[in-house]
Write a protein that binds this ligand. Structure first.
Ligand code: AGP
Length: 615
């Protein structure tokens, strides 16, 4: 996902922009650039690769200015080249723009502009928008703040698709313009200076006071004031929020990578997901954010859980939880499928969209589609100010703190914990007695300590990582609650180590998967000591009979598993419906260690973005 940082104020803009871009690196990108305006000049620097390359370019070819816009690009239209990196200018080269999103009708707009004599230098949709703004600016006459705002407004009215933009004009000093539709953009409110950013994280060293722009809003920034307008030109009310995360929350601390730090945060983040939400007195979970009374929840006859990637895997755990604890029919859908399929949903269906970032385009679209069909749609999000959090009809916040590593870790266990709370709540409304509820609460209250233990239980994990780091691929298998863990573990491994990996229900082995088994294709069986252990054990024997190496993940002390596997990772005992929070952790660590051993960029894996705000 692209990142935007803008500044207007008394200070030199370049260091502020570079600092902000560095804090957005986690979003994933492949090139970066900035533009500075200074007394009638406009200077642009762009570099392919890491932000350090841009910083070095700015050192070698200094640029000065008290206002600027900058960008990290995650390529959508056009290859990863210097020409395609942002910022982009209009025909006159006096207007410059950075953009996050996708302009779906850019080819049509480009053809029209080319017919009018415009010449383009990149393959991007963004350059087309810059030229469109420039076209209207020329029509409006002498450069001025009002003319620039009107040119932006006229251009955006022709755009189909999504945008978060920052714009400035060489000859209109002390002014930045921002606008958004579908891609997040916040205004950072400073003292005698103002900022724009895709994520408040970029501004944490400068201000914590932010305004989250809504879709179809335009903001006009000057050093000592700002105005927010609608695309139609009406003044907009706004609310200044104070960002609550601490700078240390977004530093790696003593860890080598954000991902490792976030894996080790899980004892506290699982606790935070439950904090204040378990009521022993009522033997149930308290989730006020649902904005639904028990009577309204009692009417629910079906649940639909929707998400992408890791959030989807958490949703599959949620399906087993909801059916097991609440006897409630539950369906899970990948957000990009849900938004286009015509799923029959009767009026007693309650939908949940699950998203760590709260900005994933397909999940946001699924939320809107579910609401369009008249269904109350709740969100399970980590980013409280995100679009999904703001547009859903209520929901449950994860309180997991910023997740910087592109690979989701603590967000998965937080989402599963919240889905467990939700299943307890729905179960107590439907079929669970208070003693059932108390038993569940007692087990949940032990969970953070068990998470802390599992993080330290497998000192031999590094040896296992070394043993298999060059394998051709890895198969992950599990049954029931462990099937989604198998999928999640496979996603972790593939996305950070680039090793081929896939997750299946164990019994699928005989339906084709076993053809992949060979000495260079280890199989990981997530086989805790539960009612299905013997079934898993049979599958393990089938793999071993074909000389496939087997790594087991099992309940500590269960020697029967160690006897039939080449290597074993252990977790503390827990009820099967709580096990996913535990069994995923050694597999997060295994994926991490293999990726490190393979020299991969763990926090910023190739081709990936932390939040996919484009379709
Ligand atoms: C998982 O490790 C990936 N980062 C990715 O699959 C992610 O889970 C997915 O893009 C959904 O992101 P969200 O939770 O922010 O919506």
């Amino acid at each position: 996902m692209c990142g935007i940082v803008g500044y207007v104020g008394p200070a030199e803009a370049a260091p502020i922009l570079l600092d902000g871009l560095r804090r957005l690196e986690y979003r994933g990108y492949d090139s970066a650039g900035l533009a500075l305006g200074n007394n009638g000049t406009l200077e642009i620097r762009k570099a392919v690769g890491r932000i350090q390359n841009l910083a070095q370019l700015v050192t070698d070819e200094p640029v000065h200015g008290n206002r600027g816009i900058s960008h990290t690009r995650w390529a959508t239209h056009g290859a990863v080249t210097g020409e395609n990196a942002h910022p982009h200018t209009d025909q006159s080269e006096r207007i410059v723009l950075v953009h996050n999103g996708v302009i779906e009708n850019y080819l049509k707009l480009r053809a029209e502009l080319e017919r009018e004599g415009h010449v383009f230098h990149s393959e991007t949709d963004t350059e087309v928008l810059a030229h469109l703004i420039g076209k209207y600016a020329v029509q409006l006459g002498e450069p001025s703040a009002d003319h620039l705002v009107e040119a932006v407004r006229l251009a955006l009215r022709e755009v189909h698709g999504t945008y978060g933009i920052a714009v400035m004009h060489r000859d209109v000093p002390d002014l930045l313009i921002g606008a958004r539709r579908g891609s997040p953009l916040v205004l950072g409110v400073g003292k005698g200076e103002n900022f724009l950013a895709s994520d408040p994280l970029a501004l944490v060293n400068h201000t914590r006071d932010v305004v989250y722009l809504k879709d179809f809003e335009i903001v006009v920034l000057r050093p000592d004031n700002f105005q927010i307008q609608s695309l139609a030109g009406d003044g907009q009310d706004y609310e200044i929020s104070t960002v609550d995360f601490e700078a240390e929350e977004i530093s790696k601390g003593d860890y080598a990578h954000y991902m490792l730090k976030e894996i080790y945060e899980q004892a506290s983040t699982v606790r935070d997901a439950m904090r204040g939400r378990l009521s022993a007195e009522e033997a149930t979970a308290k989730l006020g954010g649902l904005n639904m009374t028990p009577a309204q929840l009692r009417e629910v006859e079906r649940i639909v859980l929707i998400g992408c990637g890791t959030a989807y895997h958490a949703a599959v755990v949620g399906e087993y939880l909801m059916e097991s604890l609440a006897c409630l029919p539950t369906e899970v859908e990948i957000a990009s499928e849900f938004r286009y399929r015509n799923m029959p949903m009767d009026k007693y269906t309650l939908s949940f969209v699950i998203s760590q970032s709260g900005e994933t385009a397909d999940t946001l679209a699924a939320l809107r589609e579910s609401q369009r069909k008249g269904h109350r749609t709740l969100g399970i999000c980590n980013n409280v100010a995100s679009t999904i959090a703001r547009e859903s009809d209520g929901g449950v916040y994860m309180h997991a703190g910023p997740e910087i590593g592109v690979a989701a870790t603590k967000s998965f266990t937080s989402q599963v914990t919240i889905l467990t709370l939700l299943s307890l709540l729905m179960g107590r409304i439907r079929n669970l007695s208070s003693s059932d509820g108390l038993r569940i609460i007692e087990e949940m209250e032990k969970l953070p300590e068990k998470v802390a233990r599992v993080l330290e239980m497998n000192p031999h994990l590094q040896d296992i990582a070394e043993k298999y780091e060059n394998a051709h691929g890895m198969l992950f298998m599990g049954r029931q609650f462990q099937y989604p863990v198998a999928m999640e573990a496979a996603l972790k491994l593939k996305e950070i180590s680039y090793m081929s990996a896939s997750g299946y229900p164990s019994a699928e082995l005989k339906h084709g998967v076993i053809a992949l088994v060979n000495p260079d294709m280890p199989s990981v069986f997530i086989a805790p000591k539960d009612a299905l252990f013997e079934k898993n054990a049979s599958n393990i024997q089938e793999v071993r009979a074909r000389r496939g190496p087997v790594i087991g993940v099992g309940t500590e002390g269960h020697s029967e598993l160690a006897d039939i596997t080449d290597d074993t990772l252990w977790v503390p005992d827990a009820p099967d419906w709580l096990m996913p929070v535990l069994t995923v952790i050694p597999l997060q660590l295994l994926a991490y260690q293999i990726a490190v051993n393979r020299g991969c960029d763990v926090d910023k894996p190739r081709n990936l973005a932390k939040s996919v705000t484009v379709e």
